[in-house]
Design a protein around this ligand. Structure first.
Ligand code: FES
Length: 111
């Protein structure tokens, strides 16, 4: 595991917002909930929707394509596409990554 720069200044990352960042060829979703930042895979496990284009709903992010909902704190599936409840749904959990702030900049811990 290695800490990677996101290029995101913590002071400029407003609570209740999210954004996509590209790091080492991967797309990741950063979410600022309250006083904490969370990082997840940025691509939906269903059919590849861009989660940064989705909607934040409390601690959940809703995919803009077919409305799968994931817990931004853990990556767990809260609602599968088309409101099919797990485990019969088809979306897999997202991988969640640790975050930290160093010298005012947000970092994520990746493989
Ligand atoms: S691509 Fe995300 S719910 Fe289908």
């Amino acid at each position: 595991m290695a800490w990677k720069a996101t290029g995101v200044a913590w002071a400029a990352f407003a609570p209740g917002t999210m954004r996509a960042v590209n790091i080492d060829g991967g797309t990741y979703l950063l979410v600022h909930l309250g006083t904490a930042a969370y990082a997840l895979d940025g691509v939906c496990t269903h059919e590849g929707g861009s989660l940064a284009d989705g909607t934040l709903d409390g601690p959940g992010v809703i995919c803009p394509e077919h409305a799968a909902k994931f817990d931004v704190r853990s990556g767990a599936v809260l609602a599968d596409p088309d409101a099919i409840v797990p485990p019969t749904g088809v979306a897999d959990p997202l991988t969640a990554y640790r975050t930290r702030v160093v010298d005012g900049m947000l970092e994520v811990e990746l493989d």
